[in-house]
Write a protein that binds this ligand. Structure first.
Ligand SMILES: Cc1ncc(COP(=O)(O)O)c(C=O)c1O
Length: 337
């Protein structure tokens, strides 16, 4: 397998994550063949997709002499929790600006899940109202840190830019290598899409490796049109770093918004069914905000024939388990499977 020309990174993951067939669920559905890429099993902070992006960003931050890292996100942000964990391991200060963008004020949402873990990890947490400009506040906090003689590094939203996307270009290579060794095909990768860097990295990585597998992003954040433009822009920039002589096709980025429901972090019936189905069929947990909706999208597109039963589909498990504990109320009644 060809290697990719990656920038400097540090190691947060402890090696390749497993690629596991979902035998029972694939049989239950009558196809497609489903493989699960276990990026929920990172070696740090409970695991999740942001670790691969942070490997590149934090290498750059350390090279700049940084002693304080800052990021913004929703109150139950997984990216923030993983940055706090990486900062703990590296001995950096960590400031999080967490925006209340989901209309919830119950104790589980405000104090459990990722919020609990952020505090345990020793991050300084600034909780702000949904309408606050969290990026401006981050810059203000960074300026304050500079004023105190510290060296801050502000992560982009969701750690999603071309540098962060390198993590998922490398993940694409890892998946192809594992599939080859296991005698599996890869026709399509399905992934939750929020800030877009994960999908962008996969798209750029597969293109750079000359692999024709489709990447279907299931939007969990915004209308598909906005997300598609964003993912395309990041993927183009990432591909320019990986293979400067290659260009991204106009239709390389596929984003499906049909399973977003009424908005970010708002549960849907299909999400609850998907979370229950995967738990009961495979003994594995999805999360309510990202992977639950993305898997619901996968099931929905299998049911309507968009994803064909003869395909082999890799579902990228991007983590998010702590979020389940902030969504107890959504699962008061488990849906019938
Ligand atoms: C568990 C989980 N899955 C998927 C995503 C989406 O990844 P991206 O923001 O790169 O689109 C996130 C982002 O926060 C996440 O926390």
């Amino acid at each position: 397998m060809k290697t990719l020309p990656l920038p400097q990174r540090l190691s947060l993951l402890d090696g390749a994550t497993p690629l596991q067939p979902l035998e029972r669920l694939s049989r239950h559905l009558g196809g497609p063949r489903l493989l699960l890429k276990r990026d929920d099993l990172g070696g740090l902070g409970g695991g999740g997709n942001k670790l691969r992006k942070l490997e590149f960003h934090l290498a750059r931050a350390l090279a700049q002499g940084c002693d304080t890292v800052l990021i913004d996100g929703g109150l139950q942000s997984n990216a923030s929790r993983l940055l706090a964990a990486a900062a703990a391991r590296l001995g950096l200060r960590c400031e999080l600006v967490l925006r209340k963008r989901v209309p919830r004020t119950d104790a589980a949402y405000e104090h459990n899940g990722n919020v609990l873990l952020d505090r345990l990890l020793g991050a300084t947490v600034h909780v702000v109202a949904g309408e606050v400009d969290s990026r401006a506040l981050l810059e203000e906090l960074a300026a304050r840190a500079r004023g105190e003689g510290r060296v801050p590094y502000v992560l982009p939203f969701g750690a999603s830019d071309a540098l962060g996307a390198m993590g998922y270009a490398e993940c694409a290579r890892e998946v192809l290598e594992q599939a080859l060794a296991a005698g599996e095909r890869v026709d399509r990768v399905v992934v939750a899409c929020g800030s877009g860097g994960t999908q962008a990295g996969l798209v750029a990585g597969l293109a750079a490796l000359g692999c024709a597998a489709r990447v279907t992003g299931m939007s969990v954040l915004a209308p598909a049109r906005d997300i598609r433009l964003r993912v395309h822009a990041i993927a183009e920039e990432a591909l320019a770093l990986l293979a400067p002589d290659m260009a991204l096709g106009a239709d390389a980025v596929e984003v499906d918004e049909a399973f977003l429901g009424s908005g970010y972090g708002l549960p849907t019936r299909e999400m609850k069914e998907a979370v229950s189905l995967v738990a009961r069929m495979e003994g594995l947990f999805l999360d309510p905000v990202y992977t639950g909706k993305a898997f619901a999208g996968l099931l929905g597109r299998i049911a309507d024939g968009t994803i064909r039963r003869g395909e082999t589909v890799v579902f990228l498990h991007t983590g998010g388990l702590p979020g389940l504990f902030a969504y107890v109320s959504a699962f008061d009644e488990a849906p019938p499977v």
